[in-house]
Design a protein around this ligand. Structure first.
Ligand SMILES: [Zn+2]
Length: 185
């Protein structure tokens, strides 16, 4: 059911922005949810597709993308179509993936702190109407919290674990996976 999913995401995003105490980019109309999303293709063609992450925007090229939790960089990859992708593995075993970067400020094997800059947003994908960060959360199979079949297998909705905007002065809950917004908000 795409509509409730979208509303739930908006509610989460709104409460995060309220916790941050100011309006933010994450309140943008361009916050495409995880899971089934309805895409208006124009000419009255509407189709449902499965989205393995969440899109956060609307951003400008060059805006920093930050680690949502402490971890180790396990993948840095470049694609002509979708830009640079950086994956960070966290102590819980979960991996966050950051897609559509222009370049990476980190390399495989780097240890990153929460809020550390991973790179900057680029102009990807070329077909995107709005510049955004595509954020994925890959689950820790050992923890048993992982859907293991279907097109969303191996992923979770990152918004479920989002505890707010990153503030270096703040301490964050000692939860297995407490994520802060990977974009400035
Ligand atoms: Zn996306």
């Amino acid at each position: 059911m795409p509509r409730p999913a979208a509303f739930a995401l908006l509610a989460t995003v709104t409460s995060i922005a309220a916790a941050c105490g100011h309006q933010s980019k994450v309140l943008s109309p361009y916050a495409s949810p995880y899971g089934v999303r309805r895409t208006d293709q124009g000419f009255a063609i509407v189709r449902d597709e499965l989205h393995r992450g969440v899109d956060l925007g609307r951003l400008s090229p060059g805006e920093p993308v930050r680690a949502a939790a402490p971890g180790v960089v396990v993948r840095v990859e470049e694609s002509r179509l979708s830009g640079v992708r950086v994956d960070v593995r966290h102590a819980s075993g979960h991996v966050t993936g950051y897609v559509h970067l222009a370049w990476s400020a980190v390399a495989r094997g780097d240890v990153v702190a929460r809020g550390e800059m991973l790179g900057e947003i680029g102009l990807f994908p070329a077909s995107a109407q709005v510049i955004h960060l595509h954020l994925e959360l890959h689950c820790a199979r050992a923890r048993g919290d992982c859907p293991d079949d279907g097109p969303l297998a191996g992923t979770l909705d990152p918004m479920r674990f989002m505890v707010g905007c990153h503030d270096p002065a703040r301490t964050y809950p000692d939860e297995p996976l407490a994520l802060t917004m990977p974009i400035d908000c």
